[in-house]
Design a protein around this ligand. Structure first.
Ligand SMILES: *Cc1c(COP(=O)(O)O)cnc(C)c1O
Length: 439
């Protein structure tokens, strides 16, 4: 019997990942998952970045079990709890202080999009302005405010109402290598007749996780920051996917040396895949009144317990260095694959443990991911047309696991025999055309 039947029958049509990875998962540990047929998979997906330390890391799991066993408080809205106290201390000591960062920590609802909503609200409140400047191919979440600053037309359509108070500008590289899009944006802001009013904030991802692994160069980020300072615009970095070590440093913007006014974190902040999100706010902008952005699950104690333990990875540079080294191995592997297979018209993109291949052949990236899935590798696509094969292993993966996964990727590309795939697609579209003509 098809073990997915119950999902087809009962679960909403909105389900998505269970369509891309059509099996029933039962167990997971580190970078390996297992399904109900006892088949093993290597995880190059990491819960879209929510599992940076892998599945069920033992030292974090032990803390959770211990906390539950002693009846530690689990739910408390945003009351003061011991777990929250320890999290605040640990985050300040391990993450903020060593980086000479000063932020107030806001607990939002436990999803990334809620952190983004809170950032937008606050920027509007601080500046008294309505609009938010955002970028082509941006992804910030699926609630109304976050959708209004998300580029993808299909996702935006889901809103069912006009999405406003957002101005899209070209991301770094969007207009080609030789166009500095900061100059372009500045032109609009300098000209009181451009039709673009001064925004409350500019929100950006340093590397666009869902929008196709486009990378902003550090100089571009610094120039955006300078523009914000000059024009009194708040700078918000959505580090929900690229943060928590995904690019090698805890915050993805560290190597650029910028200091955003607001930072959104979620996905791997709990370190265990438990839902949690925070918004970091420069103290001078923390002008919320009590309860102005509220929610039942703001700061979940189990997520605090796992987050506290996961911060221990950042007391030393070992993990950062490992990501830095393996980043180069991934790069080299992908560049070689693209060279060896010119027929995929590939371009290597991304940085850190967030890299991939943009394929110049329609539908090919999805085909590669589904072939890889059958061979025991979990990967997703990214980009406006799902044209990018995206590689996001847990940061804690070992060299052998990384190699095994990359080999499956390579073998999957070879399996597909891209040229015959292209030919068969061509044949299909021409038959469709004939049918349409005769109908
Ligand atoms: C995933 C993601 C979000 C939304 O987080 P949810 O938890 O899905 O609401 C927002 N911004 C970025 C960059 C993301 O990758």
């Amino acid at each position: 019997m098809n073990s997915l039947r119950i999902f087809d029958e009962l679960e909403s049509e909105v389900r998505s990942y269970c369509r891309s990875f059509p099996t029933v998962f039962t167990q997971a540990s580190g970078y390996r998952l297992r399904d109900d047929k006892n088949k093993e998979y290597i995880d190059f997906f990491s819960g879209a970045g929510a599992l940076n330390y892998g599945h069920n890391p033992p030292q974090i799991k032990a803390k959770l079990i211990e906390y539950l066993a002693r009846d530690g408080i689990v739910h408390s809205l945003d009351m003061a709890t011991e777990a929250k106290k320890e999290f605040l201390k640990q985050f300040n000591e391990v993450i903020l202080k060593p980086r000479k960062m000063e932020y107030k920590i806001m607990f939002t609802g436990p999803t990334g999009t809620n952190a983004v909503e809170s950032a937008l609200k606050l920027a509007r409140k601080v500046t008294g302005r309505d609009s938010i400047m955002c970028f082509t191919n941006a992804f910030h979440g699926m609630t109304m405010g976050s959708l209004s600053i998300t580029g993808n037309a299909k996702k935006r359509q889901g809103a069912g109402i006009p999405l406003g108070n957002a101005v899209f500008m070209p991301y770094d590289g969007y207009l080609g290598e030789n166009v500095d899009t900061v100059d372009y944006i500045r032109k609009y802001l300098d000209d009181s007749s451009s039709g673009v009013s001064l925004p409350a904030a500019i929100i950006l991802e340093t590397l666009q996780g869902e929008g196709g692994l486009n990378v902003a160069c550090f100089e571009w980020l610094r120039r955006i920051e300078a523009l914000c300072q000059e024009k009194d615009i708040l700078l918000i970095v959505d580090d929900i996917q690229a943060g928590c070590g995904r690019t090698g440093t805890f915050f993805s913007f560290e190597p650029a040396g910028i200091s955003p006014d607001i930072v959104c974190l979620s996905k791997s902040i709990s370190g265990y895949g438990l839902p949690m999100a925070i918004t970091l706010i420069k103290p001078e902008f923390d002008i919320w009144s009590a309860g102005e952005h509220n929610g039942t699950f703001r700061g979940h104690n189990l997520a605090f317990i796992s987050a506290i333990e996961s911060m221990n990875y950042w007391k030393e540079d070992t993990l950062s260095e490992q990501v830095g080294n393996m980043e180069k191995d991934i790069r080299k592997f992908l560049v070689d694959v693209v060279k060896k297979h010119p027929e995929i018209k590939g371009e290597v993109r991304g940085r850190g443990f967030m890299q991939g291949i943009a394929c110049g052949v329609d539908g090919l990236a999805e085909k590669i991911c589904s072939t890889a899935f059958n061979r025991g590798l979990i990967m997703e696509t990214s980009g406006a047309r799902d044209e990018v094969v995206k590689i996001m292993p847990p940061l804690t993966i070992d060299g052998a696991g990384l190699q095994e996964g990359l080999n499956i990727l390579k073998n999957s590309i070879e399996d597909i025999k891209v040229q015959s795939y292209i030919n068969s697609k061509r044949k299909n579209t021409s038959t469709q055309k004939c049918l349409r003509a005769s109908g």
